[in-house]
Design a protein around this ligand. Structure first.
Ligand code: HXC
Length: 518
C-alpha cells in the first residue's frame, strides 16, 4: 500500500534528482547566463507535457573513487513530450554532473529514448552540453558513445533528429550531432571540437581559444558543421522548434500543414521588374523567395555559409517545402565545392522526409580553377546531381535567369526527373554564356584582324548568339521547360504544381542503396 511516508520519500527523491550535481553547480551555470538541462527542456516542450524517464538511474563506475560520487539521473535528463501537440523524444545534457561527460549509464538512457522514438515514429531532439567521454569510465564511455552513434545512423532518414549545442560539446560528444539532420549552436557560449585547445597546443603547437577553434561562428561560416547560430539559449530553442515545425514525424508521414490566409493566387507583381536588364548585374534571390512563399516566412538554413546558394524551409498553401536557390548576389551564384555540398545534403534531407523541393535557378556555371578542381568540384558537383536525381519528392524548378552548362544539368533539370520546370521570360538556358561561346566559336574569324575590327566581329557574334540561345524558348521548344511563365504568377504556379503532385509516387529500382560520391 502506498503510504504518506513512501510518497514523501518519492517527492524528496525527485526533488533531489532534479538538483542534478547540486544547487552550487546550478548557480554557477546561471552565473554564466546559461540554462540548465531541465530549463532547456521546459522551454522546448509544451507546458506540462514532459514525461521523464530514468530519473533515478546512477552510474556504476568504481574507478578513481567514483562509487562515492553518484547523482541521481547521472549527467543527462531524458524523456518525451510534445511541441505544438506533436510527440517528440528529448535528451538534455546536465553539465552539473561531471560536466555532462558521458557515462555508460547515460548512454543507456539516451539509447532508450532513441529506441522508443524509432518504435513510435517520433523525432528526437538532443540538447547538448558535455565535456565528452567521462574520463573515469574509459572504454565504457567510448562504447556508450558508439551505441548512440549506431542508433543515430539507423534512425537517419526514418525519424527527424535535431541537435542543439548549448555549451561545450567536446570529443565524443560531437559525433552524435554531426550524424543528425540539423545542428543549432549558441553564439559565445557553445563550442564543438574533437580535441580542446590544450591538446591542439601539445600536438600542433598552435595557440587557439575555444571560440576560435569551434565556436558557433566558426561552424556556421567556415566548417559548415552547424546550420544555425542563435544569439542566446532561448533563440536556440526557438530555432529547434521552427525546424521541427517543417518536418514530419517520420519518413512514412507528410509534414504538418499550417493553416494560412495567404491566397494561393496572390500575384507577385514586384517580380516582373526584378531582373536587371544587364545580365551581369546582381539581384537578391531572397527577394523572390520572400515574395512567393506563404506569409513571407522563410527559415534560411546555413545563411552564413556558402552564400552563393540559399537553402531553407518555407510553405506554399500551408505545405512544407525545401527551397534551394542560386544567389546572384554572392559570386554571381556560381556553384562551387561548398555550395554543392550544402545544397546536396539539404536536398537529401528533404527527400527522405517527404518535403517537396522548390528550386530557383540563376547559375552561370561551376566555378573554374585549381582551387575548385583540387577541392574535388567534380566529386562535389556530382553529389548535388546525385541528390536531385535520386529525390522522388515533387520537384518544381523555376529558372529566373542564367542556367548554363553543367550547372544547368545539376540544378534539378527536367532530365533528372524534374516534375515541373518553369522559366521566366528572362531565362537564358544554354551550354554557356554568349561571351565564352563566341571566344571559342569565332576565334578563327578574328585571327590577324585589327583590334577594332576584331571587337566589332565579336560583338556582332555575341549579339547573334544571345538572340538565338540566351532565352528560354529553345529549351521550351524541346519540352525541357514545361512553360515560360510571367514572374508575377510564380506563387500560383508553384501552389498549383504542388497540389497536382501531392500524390506523386515513384518506385525505386531494387537495390541496397546508391553509391553517392561522398
Ligand atoms: C569527466 C569531466 C569531463 C570529462 C569535464 N569534467 N569534462 N569529468 N570527464 N570528460 C568535469 C570537471 O572535472 C569538473 O568537475 C566539471 O566537469 C566541470 O568542468 P570544468 O572544467 O570545471 O568546467 P569548464 O571550465 O566550464 O570547462 C568545461 C570543459 C572542460 C571545456 C568541457 O571541462 C574540458 O576541457 N573537459 C575535457 C574535454 C575533453 O577533452 N573531452 C574529450 C574526452 S575524450 P568538478 O568535480 O571539478 O566540478 C573523448 C573521446 C571520445 O571524448 C571519442 C568517442 C568517439
Amino acid at each position: 500500500m502506498t503510504t504518506a511516508k513512501s510518497l514523501d520519500a518519492l517527492i524528496e527523491k525527485r526533488s533531489l534528482a532534479k538538483l542534478g550535481g547540486g544547487q552550487a553547480k546550478i548557480d554557477k551555470i546561471h552565473d554564466k547566463g546559461r540554462h540548465t538541462a531541465r530549463e532547456r527542456i521546459e522551454m522546448l516542450l509544451d507546458e506540462g507535457s514532459f514525461e521523464e524517464f530514468d530519473m533515478f538511474k546512477v552510474h556504476r563506475c568504481t574507478n578513481f573513487g567514483m562509487e562515492k560520487k553518484k547523482f541521481m539521473g547521472d549527467g543527462i535528463v531524458t524523456g518525451s513530450g510534445t511541441i505544438q501537440g506533436r510527440l517528440v523524444y528529448v535528451h538534455a545534457g546536465d553539465f552539473t554532473v561531471f560536466g555532462g561527460s558521458l557515462s555508460e549509464t547515460m548512454s543507456e538512457k539516451i539509447c532508450k529514448v532513441m529506441d522508443m522514438a524509432v518504435k513510435s515514429g517520433a523525432p528526437v531532439i538532443g540538447l547538448n552540453d558535455s565535456g565528452g567521454a567521462r574520463i573515469q569510465e574509459g572504454i565504457e564511455s567510448l562504447s556508450g558513445y558508439t551505441n548512440i552513434f549506431y542508433r543515430n545512423v539507423r534512425a537517419s532518414g526514418v525519424i527527424p533528429q535535431l541537435s542543439g549545442i548549448f555549451g561545450p560539446c567536446a570529443g565524443g560528444a560531437v559525433y552524435s550531432p554531426a550524424l543528425t539532420d540539423f545542428t543549432v549552436m549558441v553564439r559565445d557560449s557553445s563550442y564543438m571540437f574533437l580535441t580542446g585547445p590544450k591538446v591542439v597546443k601539445s600536438v600542433t603547437h598552435e595557440d587557439v581559444d575555444v571560440e576560435t577553434l569551434g565556436g558557433a561562428s566558426v561552424h556556421t561560416t567556415k566548417s559548415g558543421v552547424a546550420h544555425l547560430a542563435a544569439d542566446d539559449g532561448e533563440q536556440g530553442i526557438k530555432y529547434l522548434q521552427d525546424l521541427f515545425s517543417y518536418m514530419p514525424q517520420n519518413n512514412m508521414e507528410k509534414p504538418p500543414v499550417k493553416e494560412t490566409d495567404d491566397p494561393s493566387d496572390r500575384v507577385n507583381s514586384a517580380l516582373d521588374t526584378l531582373i536587371p536588364d544587364n545580365p551581369n548585374m546582381a539581384y537578391d534571390i531572397k527577394d523572390v523567395i520572400y515574395e512567393v512563399v506563404d506569409d513571407q516566412e522563410f527559415l534560411e538554413i546555413q545563411p552564413d555559409y556558402a552564400g552563393n546558394i540559399v537553402i531553407g524551409f518555407a510553405r506554399f498553401g500551408g505545405q512544407s517545402v525545401g527551397i534551394i536557390a542560386n544567389q546572384p548576389k554572392v559570386l554571381a551564384g556560381v556553384l562551387d565545392n561548398d555550395s554543392s555540398i550544402k545544397a546536396a545534403r539539404f536536398v537529401r534531407c528533404c527527400d527522405c522526409f517527404n518535403i517537396p523541393l522548390v528550386t530557383f535557378v540563376d547559375v552561370p556555371g561551376f566555378m573554374p580553377g585549381t582551387v575548385q578542381e583540387y577541392g574535388g568540384i567534380i566529386r562535389n558537383g556530382a553529389k548535388l546531381m546525385f541528390a536531385y536525381a535520386e529525390a522522388t519528392v515533387p520537384k518544381i524548378t523555376i529558372t529566373t535567369r542564367k542556367s548554363y552548362g553543367g550547372a544547368h544539368c545539376v540544378m534539378s533539370a527536367k532530365q533528372l526527373d524534374g516534375d515541373l520546370n518553369y522559366a521566366w521570360p528572362t531565362a537564358e538556358i544554354a551550354v554557356m554564356g554568349g561571351k565564352g561561346a563566341i571566344e571559342i566559336l569565332n576565334a578563327r574569324d578574328v585571327k590577324g584582324k585589327e583590334p577594332e575590327e576584331a571587337k566589332a566581329i565579336m560583338a556582332k557574334a555575341e549579339a547573334e548568339y544571345n538572340e538565338a540561345f540566351a532565352n528560354p524558348y529553345v529549351a521550351a521548344g524541346r519540352g525541357y521547360v514545361d512553360d515560360v511563365i510571367a514572374p508575377s504568377e510564380t506563387r500560383l504556379r508553384i501552389v498549383r504544381g504542388l497540389r497536382a503532385l501531392q500524390d506523386k509516387h515513384v518506385s525505386a529500382l531494387p537495390k541496397k542503396h546508391g553509391n553517392i560520391p561522398l
